[in-house]
Design a protein around this ligand. Structure first.
Ligand code: ZN
Length: 173
């Protein structure tokens, strides 16, 4: 069957940035010397049409069948969004936890003004101030996917009512 709304698709994927660096993959990954740097995992199972994966990839997979492979470049707008300047803010250093040695590149768990948990990365540091970037790490990044469709099946009633896939590659509960 084809990948249509409410189908469950299992996919193998490799995601690279425009420089060819692997950002994420379901496959085993080796460095130039042949050392395994990422072990790979089961194909990803997702419920199509529900926004479980980024919009640019979901629309590229529409209508595909098991065994097909696609390569697609997803612009930030159809991926994790553009980097937003207002998500970068500078705060006084004494607002930060006292028991942590601050470093540029460090990730911290903060809160948005609405009270949601929000990861921040420290992008700047002076004696008095800390600059925090709350953008998604892949915001502003074009995403180059190579995807192989492993299996396509109908979702069960239970999966549809939960809004996600059960079993291998999905939720185990
Ligand atoms: Zn469930």
């Amino acid at each position: 069957m084809q990948i249509i709304k409410n189908a469950v698709a299992l996919i193998r994927y490799t995601l690279k940035d425009d420089e060819g660096n692997v950002i994420d993959t379901s496959e085993e990954l080796k460095d130039d010397e042949g050392n395994v740097i990422s072990e790979g995992h089961d194909p990803l199972a997702y419920l199509h049409g529900g926004g479980a994966i980024i919009p640019g990839l979901e629309s590229a997979l529409e209508g595909k069948t098991a065994g097909e492979s696609i390569e697609v470049r997803v612009e930030p707008a159809d991926g994790y969004g553009e980097k937003r300047e207002e998500m970068i803010q500078t705060v006084p250093r004494d607002m930060m936890p006292k028991d942590v040695e601050l470093e540029v590149g460090m990730q911290l768990q903060g809160q948005t003004t609405e009270g949601h948990a929000q990861p921040f990365v420290i992008v700047g540091l002076t004696n008095t101030d800390v600059t925090l970037d709350g953008n998604h790490p892949l915001a502003g990044v074009a995403l180059n996917f190579a995807v192989e469709v492993v299996e396509v099946r109908k979702a069960s009633e239970e999966e549809l009512s939960h809004g996600h896939v059960h079993g291998p590659g999905g939720h185990e509960h």
